[in-house]
Write a protein that binds this ligand. Sequence first.
Ligand code: NAI
Ligand code: MG
Length: 353
Amino acid sequence: RDSLNIRLAVIPGDGIGREVVAEGLKVLDAVGLKLETTTYDLGAARYNATGETLPDETLAELRGFDAILLGAVGDPSVPPGVLERELLLKLRFELDHYVNLRPVKLFPGVETPLAAARPEDIDMIVVREGTEGPYAGAGGIMRRGTAQEIATQESLNTAYGVERVVRYAFDKAVARPRKKLTLVHKTNVLTYAGDLWSRVVERVSAEYPEVTTDYCHMDAASMFFVTQPQRFDVVVTDNLFGDILTDLGAAIAGGIGLAASGNVNPSPKGSESWAPSMFEPVHGSAPDIAGQGKADPTATILSVAMLLDHLGLTEEAARVEQAVADDLIGRQTAWAQRSTREIGDDITARVTG
Ligand code: NAI
Ligand code: MG
């Protein structure tokens, strides 16, 4: 452990991305590992100065790190979609982040809009497919701007792509106390993609006899997230459904200031398909509060815990998560008054012990 040296690429990005990443790094430093960070100025500022989003040389460099920590990108000065597609989505596709991992966990002391929910009712992980589905970029427009315009947006689902994310989800499920996996899809209407997903889940489930397998339509799942969140342990779903469901998850588990995520490439280090995974808060750059010290850095700090866990540093990850949990309990009284930096300092102090 002492000899372990983590090489981390940091992309603070825009707006509050920079503010929250500073706090995430502070906490990471306090964990006491050997850490070597390199910061990349990707995002709106770089794009506005040079027109670059993600140059090939930078992408090649990023491949050499153990992991990436990202704040958020996006600014009103950049046309919508440019940084999302050419930076964020490109990173996820190029580094083959086929798992988008989003825990939905209600910490004690955190307010939820669900009046009856207790922390033990909301504790799940959503495993969202990250490289296929309707986000694969397949489709096109004909006769644009005319009355005869045609737009198609196809959902690509490969047996290979579905199986690898489903396997990952089963591995997660078998390691959790409840050992339950729920496929969320819309198999009754999206019959082709749904058929593939169902068959893959069914087939892989035979290798995990300890795991209970369940199925839920996407529309019903969005209802159950609100009425019976305790139904869910590990949820596996496609790219689009996962995107929507995890925002709902964030809402029931304390809001956007707490929602963490990982864009994960689970391939074993050293294998040909390995690439660094990227951890980031679910929220964006929040131009409305940027530069005011109002952003909650907790989502980023929880993303740092996920990063540590991904690197196999489970004890360090647990320490960071516990520090956050302890801080959250104290917030019932002190919440509104603290700045981004103060929250970061307080959690750092708890990690240091
Ligand atoms: P947003 O998540 O930036 O903000 C939504 C609302 O939540 C705002 O009112 C904001 O003040 C609040 N909020 C967000 N994070 C917060 C935090 N940590 N603490 C306290 N309040 C917080 O989403 P929005 O406004 O739709 O997008 C703003 C920009 O961010 C856009 O350019 C968008 O494209 C980009 N974006 C980038 C993402 C990324 O880098 N992964 C993800 C989502 C949006
Ligand atoms: Mg989203």
